[in-house]
Design a protein around this ligand. Structure first.
Ligand code: HEC
Ligand code: HEC
Length: 285
């Protein structure tokens, strides 16, 4: 431009603005900055062409490479399943009693079991299997139904008093008080006898007679429990429903009949379906 003024000190053209003798220079942007700026524009155009980018009404633009995060997940899952399929097939063929002879397979089973426990068991038995009132501790040595691998497998497969499994573990303690089998006095007497097993009360003749007549078939003559009935040991320090006299009386008045669901399922909704239901953005692409 003809009327362009050149700043003497720097040799740069000015913008023509001046405030109290201070002039604005028209310094060009550094070349590296301009090049980087153009490069980002090129990158963005390339990205929009090859990857899913713009949300449209019902679907996003797909991109020429056809990549989707769901597709990538599926591919990774297929690869993971292929690795696990071999171990799963081996596990299915080895009876659980023989698992201990095969340390590598056992380690795989334990790892898989750990994950399954977190999904299926912690809500009742607690994170470390410590249990709670009515939910047995699985980390101790006191077992209602048996603590060897085979017994535990049966418990998990068929549940306990599970209404939807014909082979479920079943035994029902009568509600002695509620159903009028024993009078409230007799309930107190026999509860007192229960507490005498662990030295918390003095045994009485009437309590002992009531126990022998009504309870020994399931809990054993000395209250040590019988596993074929899932009847707890009443003489130790471990209680499912509490050891206070009031709690023991309550257990005898109305039986608890704790339930555990049968957890062997032939099939479950596929993980993909689950993911679809869980991800509210799934409809997007
Ligand atoms: C809805 C709650 C619930 C869930 C879920 C549950 N359990 Fe149980 N489980 C129970 C109850 C209640 C008992 C005790 C039943 C009884 O009184 O005999 C029990 C008992 C057991 C026993 C028998 C303990 C013994 O002393 O013999 C084992 C073993 C067991 N559960 C393992 C599991 C495993 C493993 C899972 C997960 C795969 C699981 N449970 C999930 C409620 C549950
Ligand atoms: C048909 C078998 C059966 C008979 C008979 C029976 N029980 Fe039980 N009892 C059980 C079972 C099974 C449980 C565990 C119930 C559960 O987990 O819900 C149990 C639980 C208990 C408990 C709770 C134990 C705890 O750890 O909190 C007490 C106490 C008890 N019984 C006392 C008695 C007394 C006393 C009698 C006799 C008057 C008796 N039972 C008769 C099967 C029986």
């Amino acid at each position: 431009m003809a009327d362009q003024k050149i700043d003497e000190a720097t040799g740069t053209a000015t913008m023509g603005h001046e405030w109290d003798g201070i002039e604005e220079l028209n310094t060009p942007l550094p070349r590296w900055w301009v090049l980087t700026f153009y490069a980002t524009i090129l990158f963005a155009i390339g990205y929009v062409v090859v990857y899913p980018a713009w949300p449209m009404l019902s679907k996003g633009t797909e991109g020429v490479w056809g990549w989707t995060s769901r597709g990538q997940l599926a591919a990774e899952k297929t690869a993971g399943d292929a690795i696990h399929a071999k171990v799963r097939a081996e596990l299915a063929n080895v009876p659980i009693e023989q698992l201990q002879d095969n340390p590598e397979l056992l380690a795989n089973a334990v790892a898989g079991g750990k994950a399954a426990f977190r999904v299926n068991c912690v809500q009742c038995h607690g994170a470390g299997g410590g249990g709670g009132k009515g939910y047995p501790n699985l980390a101790d040595n006191d077992w209602l139904w048996g603590g060897d691998l085979k017994a535990i497998e049966t418990t998990i497969k068929h549940g306990i008093r599970s209404p939807d499994d014909a082979e479920t573990r079943m035994s029902l303690m009568p509600s002695f008080g509620k159903d009028g089998i024993l009078t409230p006095m007799q309930v107190n007497d026999v509860a007192n006898h229960v507490l005498s097993f662990s030295g918390k009360a003095k045994p009485t003749g009437s309590g002992a007679a009531l126990f022998a007549a009504n309870c020994a078939t399931c809990h054993g003559p000395d209250g040590k429990g019988l596993r074929q009935f899932g009847a707890p040991n009443l003489s130790d320090a471990i209680w499912l429903y509490g050891s206070k006299p009031s709690e023991v009386t309550a257990s005898v008045t109305v039986a608890h009949a704790g339930q555990m669901p049968a957890l062997e399922r032939a099939s479950r909704p596929s993980d993909d379906q689950d993911a679809g239901r869980l991800c509210p953005l799934a409809w997007w692409w």
